[in-house]
Design a protein around this ligand. Sequence first.
Ligand code: GLV
Length: 308
Amino acid sequence: MSIVFHHTPERAKVWSEKFAKARPDIPLHIWPETGPKENVRYLAAWKTPDDLATLFPNLEVLFSLGAGIDQLNLANVPPGVQIIRMVESSLVEGMVEYVLWAVLSFHRDMFRYARQQREHVWDGSHNRPAKLYRVGLMGMGELGSPVLEKLVSFGYECRGWSRSRREVPGVKSFAGAGELDDFLAETDILVCLVPLTDATRGILNRSLFEKLPRGACLINCGRGGHLVQDDLIPALDSGQLSQAVLDVATPEPLPPEHPFWDHPRIFLTPHIASAAQSDTAAEAVLANLRRYEAGEPMSGVIDTGRGY
Ligand code: GLV
């Protein structure tokens, strides 16, 4: 029985060391090297190689190296193979830091001051307390819930929206399509952290922007596919949105001529909000393998019907 690792060589090195130490009984092969293909029971990958079913006929578990699984090409994963998303602490910490930075930066007018600096303008506003900002986060899952906890601790007035109801202390919770409009109507800073599925593709669109209070800020640290890109610049230019912070785009990287690069109210980061660290990611998979071998439920199991 063996595991194949399919990502960058730097990450592979850390995984090899971790596995050699913790599980010398499960050889770890670094793609494109696989060892005997029929021995491969586990695959850890950011993106899957094509034709998985014929490549690894005895594959049992596919471990995503990301919190998201939309990049895995699920159509290529044979039925019966369990899919597990990455759940580990450094991925959570990175996202908490990123969203906190973006929310604080909007609240404290840092994006405006950055624009002013380029024009040599010295013009400050009085601080407004955090409690006057209503932050609405879509996707109260493994990442979204700790992000909300941190925002609550900074004094923001927080709301969360999820497909099914979730409770986070200090957060007003909204659930399902029926409560989305009420959630949006009370959201000055919208954070998108929902998984990308057929139900959420294009969810950040003109009609959604129009339901936000005028001048709202959009922070997208989900996937590029959540945003209807053609709807963003008109919303910013009309003042319906006053700022967008985008960590993701379609495609990545954006082509050099794409208007997002130069728009004064778009702050772009190159998909760096958060990523699993190799050592803690390998430990998370090792812990899941122990659960799997013991017949216990693994953490981060994907419901393929639901898509996350
Ligand atoms: C990063 O985007 C991830 O899904 O972990």
